[in-house]
Design a protein around this ligand. Structure first.
Ligand code: TYM
Length: 332
């Protein structure tokens, strides 16, 4: 019997993958393949909470499948699938909607944030999104959910929903824990270190498929403070810009903050910023090249996500059947 612990995570194909997605959760996923039974998916159902251009969405989902593999997710050693290919997500999502409270959804930071940005489209899906995310997770009974800092609140509400459901029906769901890396969990925008790096601010965001010269330019222009005496120091409160760059450099190279500070002691931002840019370019280069190679082989990508959907569906349906039975639905 397979005794391995289970791990699951997903990323929305709502934009091209960026350095925050990579340095936060994604770069840690391949390390987990040996130890855990892993599920990684493209959260496409989630993306339509905000209007998408259909052709762009299809392109991004396929690119994301290729990027997962290019980042080191060996499809032979984990399950890679597209969320909309496994109907159990939407099915359990509905059930969990009925076990999730209006009040707790109203407290979600991401809902408040997105609804203020998309005032013309504050749809019900945007509001109930955490219940669908809980379904994504609970279907696979994972022990851990590796995410960046900004998704912690959603994993916590998932735990609350699971506990509420278990409280009524017995131990149906395993209650998972968020897994948040120490370095890279919250990468900030290069041109606005007070907000997290995200595709909505493209000048402050580095995309995985971006050209090296564009990446280098964005780092050279990165916002830092006006400190001139020994400026390369980690202090997120008073020096958010350079602290973000130190964090990125540490995540990209595996070096400690202290080590980086001592290398750049007495040197200015002019010396530091291009070095960070170069480290990021070199980290992303093999991923970009491998993604391009994989994108030329659509048949292979299709074989990966089709096999993934089958494996995922088998596991997901087992949980869904159990839930349907518990709530009292008549079996077919
Ligand atoms: P999403 O698509 O916004 O982000 C994907 C992952 O990237 C992390 N992340 C960051 N980490 C560090 N710094 C940043 N600037 C940064 N920006 C994004 C996010 O924390 C996340 O881990 N709801 C999820 C997708 C999802 C999901 C799931 C995740 C749907 N179902 C089930 C885990 C399990 C989301 O919108 O993430």
């Amino acid at each position: 019997m397979d005794e391995k612990k289970v791990m699951l995570s997903g990323i929305q194909p709502s934009g091209d993958l960026h350095l925050g997605n990579y340095l936060g959760p994604l770069r840690h996923w391949p390390e987990m393949l040996a130890e855990f039974d892993c599920y990684f998916f493209m959260a496409d159902l989630h993306t339509i909470t905000v209007r998408q251009e259909p052709a762009q969405l299809r392109r991004r989902v396929l690119t994301q499948v290729a990027q997962y593999i290019a980042c080191g997710l060996d499809p032979e050693k984990c399950t890679i699938f597209i969320q909309s290919h496994v109907p159990a997500h939407a099915q359990l999502g509905w059930v969990l909607d009925c076990y999730t409270m209006f009040g707790e959804l109203s407290r979600m930071t991401q809902f408040k944030d997105k609804s203020s940005k998309h005032k013309d489209n504050i749809n019900a899906g945007l509001f109930t999104y955490p219940a669908l995310m809980a379904a994504d997770i609970l279907l696979y009974q994972p022990d851990f959910v590796p995410v960046g800092e900004d998704q912690k609140q959603h994993v916590e509400i998932c735990r609350d929903i699971a506990e509420r459901f278990n409280g009524i029906y017995g131990d149906v769901f395993k209650v998972p824990a968020p897994y948040i890396a120490k370095v890279g969990a919250r990468i900030m925008s290069l041109n606005d270190p007070s907000s997290k790096m995200s595709k909505s601010n493209p000048e402050g965001c580095v995309f995985l498929m971006e050209k090296p010269e564009d990446i280098a330019r964005k780092f050279k222009r990165a916002v830092t403070d006006s400190d001139t005496v020994n400026p390369v120091r980690y202090d997120p409160q008073t020096k958010p810009g350079v602290s973000n760059l130190i964090q990125i450099y540490a995540a990209a190279t595996g070096r400690s903050f202290a080590d980086i500070e001592s290398e750049f002691q007495g040197r200015g931002y002019g010396a530091f910023k291009p070095v960070v840019g170069e480290a990021v370019v070199e980290t992303l280069r093999p991923i970009r090249e491998e993604t391009e190679r994989l994108l030329a082989d659509k048949a292979y990508l299709e074989s990966v996500y089709k096999a993934g959907a089958e494996k995922a569906e088998y596991v997901a349906n087992k949980t869904l059947r159990k839930v349907y039975k518990k709530v009292g639905f008549v079996p077919r």
